[in-house]
Each structure stands twice: as structure tokens, then as C-alpha cells.
Design a protein around this ligand. Sequence first.
Ligand code: IVH
Length: 665
Amino acid sequence: MKEDAIRREMEELAREIREHDYRYYVLDDPVITDAEYDRLFQRLLELEEQYPHLASEDSPTRRVGGRPLEKFVQVQHVSPMLSLQNAFSRGDLLEFDRRVRRALGRPVAYVVELKIDGLSVALRYRDGVLERGLTRGDGLVGEDVTQNVQTVRSIPLRLRGDVPPYLEVRGEVYMPVKAFRRLNEAREREGLPLFANPRNAAAGSLRQLDPAVTARRPLDCFVYEVRQVEGLTLRTHSEALAWLRELGFKVNPHTFTVPSIEEAYERCAAWAERAGQLDYEVDGMVIKVDDLEARDALGATSRAPRWAVAYKFPAEEQVTRVRDIVVQVGRTGVLTPTAVLEPVRIAGSVVGRATLHNIDIIREKDVRVGDHVVVRKAGEVIPEVVRVLKERRTGEERPFEMPDRCPECGSEAVRLPGEAAYRCTGAACPARLRESLIHFASRDAMDIEGLGPQTVSALLAAGMVRDPADLYSLTVEDLVKLERFGEKSAANLVAAIDRSRANPLYRLLFGLGIRHVGERAARLLAESFGDMDALAAASREELERVPEIGPMTAESVYRFFRQEANRRLLRRLKEAGVRMSAGEPDRGGELSGLSFVITGTLRDFTRKEVVEFIESRGGRVTSSVSSKTDYLVVGENPGSKLDRARELGVKIIDEEELRRLSARA
Ligand code: IVH
């Protein structure tokens, strides 16, 4: 009897979570706070742990990733996953349409969709439950990545409404561009190799043997084809897409049904201009015959269907010359070779530099100073040198060698075994110092507003700071001596620095830039040890005992605290009043951990009052909306922040809701 009640509670929790997932990840219209969601999720996890035999196959807790695999199982596709024929011009599209009309003996309507640049997956549902997810593989045989696909929040584990007995759909798994950039930034801070572009990042994430890793990667999925369905006859592709939406799939909203190929082309031309503004990479458009019977009649070649064509956008590549190859020094001392280019316009902006990543890549591509090269700027990704036009060499080109000294401080540069990168060994290297101060002040670390790269450079040039601890003795009088500061901006910066003293320990830990200690590791360490002294005293073994902390991170943390220079820095930070213990500052805390931005005029609060209201409850107020913002509080006559918040999917609330939030939390 009791079990029955528990089973019911679990089913109800799963139903609620599914609904909230759908609202958040598919509709982009959440109705509860993250905290409320977490409570539901935690409760379900607890119950499943206590009563594992009652946990359902398609429970939303699957989203966090199951056990690692040894290798992927190969599975045959029901029908081959084909590629598409390409078109590069209006003429190519007209030619495609002529072939279609000749074969059918009549004109047809088309559906025009964005061509998402990710990797295709096949998803099979039996009785509405996700049974299997497959990669494309070689087109005939794919890999079973079911556990990984289950972690992608916009892929339904169970379908909504009237479900067919069997369904196979195809779609594209991708990584949003902003999320990709954040992931790479975090990897850079942790000294991990970077992904070249969002597509590689998505592919690498989906083809992970450990689904828990996939679960932490920000993957998303648009579904664009019904491959096989039982118990229902669909007449057109547009009808199929509408039905897929009803079933709870995320279908791209920029999908158009058009009566002729001319109009299809107009859509393509219009989107060639707009595609770069989306938060996912699109490398063209796909034009598909709408009538499904006509599709069957047209059939496919061994490579591609005859009923669809991919219109590729004009390339985002240009040819230019390498003037020089210079070496840039990052925060962790990594020396990155960078090509200085004769400036060219690519995809709407002027490019003067391109990354060459590391010496192995330079050798592999054989890039020399003076070479003509193809440079590519895909979406918002850092431009890179794709290849060298060797046929244009004159013999004057100079090969590049990595310097054996840091170009900034002259210390020895070494390549550690097993790493592609050279690193500067100088602890006092000015370039490293600059980068480490920028990191210390950054949003995810100490979050010191107004202390960006340019201010850091100015402070260093004036000799006002030599390490993070020096920041805490800066005064308004010091700052106004710098060209870029007035009284007001100086006072703002001093106040922002002052506020950072109260930050929880993990922010400081992350801000210190200890190798391999990213934001997550910093949180885990802060939680486990509680304060800086305990952490500093921990042995390698104690560090390794922290869940998720591996031997590399443990070793790196251990070594950090054994260096006299680091201990001195920490002593000085402590003396400066920087908080050295975990937990949120003791300012109350109904809103703790939440970040807010205010726009427009509020009815009951002045600007100052609302800031006080939020901060006194442990929340934080920042001036610009970013993906880290939890809530935008909107008053009358809101500014552009409102658009920005909508764009980023930040939750938008009014002052009533703000009060409710702080009462409820
Ligand atoms: S339809 C039988 N629609 O492009 C062909 N494909 O170059 C079914 N892709 O392998 C594909 N967006 O990975 C289709 N809206 C879209 C697409 C799309 C991206 C990918 C897909 C396919 C590749 C072909």
C-alpha cells in the first residue's frame, strides 16, 4: 500500500519535471524558479535512490547521465542516413526544381529550413518512450548513443499527447555558440585543449563514453524529419513538422512553406544575411519537397535523396598574407602563436589576426611568414588559418620556430611532456600577471565590475598593482591619477573592489587561477573544506577524496599551497579583509546566489532602494544582462536590456514578482 503511494508520488514528480523541462528547453518559457525545479528534481532523485525498483525507464533523472561505457555498440539504420546534394547559386536551385518537375510531371511546393551545423541523430520512440538514439556513423551503421542523447534536455524522453506505437525521427544535435564560447573559456582556464568550433564540440560531447560528461555539456537539438511512423499517415512535410512540435520536439521556428523554387531562393538569400545573428551555427538552408507521396516517387540516389537540396551560404573564407607570426602569452603562461595578417574583410568584419593554436598545427599546415593563406571566420569563432596556398610561394617565406624564451619577460619557455603548448616559466611575467588579474576580476570569479582588460593594463603600467592583493588598497585618489578615471568611475571601482571582499570562498579560489581548478572544482573544494586554511593544509589524499576531484587537480592544488609566493599572497588578501570561508555572505539570503539586472522606472522603489532590497537578501545586482543573469526586473519604459534579456532567455519579472520571489525563496 505504502509503495503504491510512493510510486504515485514518483510518477507525479516525473510528470511535473517533464512539463517544466518542456517549458524551459523547448518553449523557452519557464514558469518556476530554478530553486523550485531543483527541489522537485532532488526529491525524485532521493526517492529513486531509496526505491530503485520503482524508478521508471524514462525518468527525467536520466538527464544527469548513467554509467560509462566501454565502447559504443554499432547499430544498423533502418534506411541509410543520406547526405544532401548541394546548391551554391540561384541557378543550381532552378536546376534542382527542373529535375523535380520533370520526374513528377508537375510543379510542387517546398519547405525551406535552416541547415543546422551540428551532427545528425536518429531517435527511436516506442509507445512514446525514447528507446534508442543513434549517430549517423557511415550512413548505414551508426553508434548507439542512447545514454548521451537522454542528457540533451530538449530531446523528449517521453512524447506528449497521442503517441504513435513507433516513431523514428531525425534531427541535428548542436552546441549553441555562446555556450560553446563559455565552454572553451572554461577549458582554457583549466588548461584543457580547446574545441575548434561548436560542431566539433557537439560531436566530441555526443561521442563521449561517459554520459555524465555529456550531461554537463550544453547540447541542444532541432528535429527536422519523420523517418518512420506507425499508426498514422502524414501527407506533407509541413504537417509532419507541426505534429512533431505537438509531440514535444523542438522544431526550428524559421521554417517556411513556399509555392515555388523562386520563393525558396528568396528565403535563402534573405537568410544568408541573417544567419550569423543566431545563437547556433547555420551553414545553409535545406529545401525539401513538401508532398510526401511526391518524395516517395522521386526516391534517392545512393548518396542523397532527389527530393531535397542544401543551399550553401557563400563561404566565410578569404585569402590574405601572413605578415608575421607572433607569440601571445596567456594567464597560465601558455604561449599561443598567432598570425598577423594583412587585414581582410570576412563575414562583415575586418580580420587582422588569426590563431595558429600551437606549433604542431603550424608544422602540420606548414604555415610560414609571407605565405598566402585561407583564413576562415565561422560565426563568432576566433578566425583561424585553414590552409596555405603553397602554389603562391616565392621562396622568400620564412618558417616559424617557437622561441625558447617568453617574449614578454624573457624567462625560459618549456614544453611539458604530453602537452602541445609551450609555457612561460616566469612567475612574475607581466603578460601572465595581466591575464591573471583580468581573470581574478572576471564575472565568474571575484566579479569586480569595471575592472576589465584596459583598466588592468592601465593599473599595471602605472605600477599601482603587482598582484590581486594590491587591488584592495587602491583609493579614489590613486585611480583619478589614471587618464581613464573620473571621480565617479573611480569611486565605483573602489566600491566594486570593496564588495568583492565578501564573496564566497569558491569565487576567490576560482579567481586565483590554480591550474585545473575551474569554477566547478572551486565550488567542490570550498564546500568540502569550508575555509582556506583547511584547504591549504590538506594532503594530496584528502584532496583526492573530494568527489569529482581527480589526481591532477589534487596535485595542482597541493602544489599551489606549497609555494611561498602563493602563501604570501593569501596572507595579504586575508589582511585586506577578503573572505576566506565558504558559504554565502551572512547578509540574510532569500535571494542568495541569484543575480539581477534592473531596467526602467519602478513604482515603489528608487533605483537605490531596489538594489538595497536585493542585496540585503543576499542577491547581486549587476548593470548589464548576460547569460549569467537570473532575473531582469522591469519597470516602466524599459531600455534595451529588455531585448537583450529576451534574446538570452533571461527570466523577466516585475516588482510584484520580485517581492514574491524574496518571500518564497
Ligand atoms: S534533412 C535525407 N534538414 O545536413 C537527408 N538535414 O548535409 C535528411 N542538416 O546529414 C537531411 N539541418 O545532418 C535536413 N533542416 C535540416 C538539416 C539537415 C542540418 C544536416 C544533416 C544532414 C546534413 C546533410
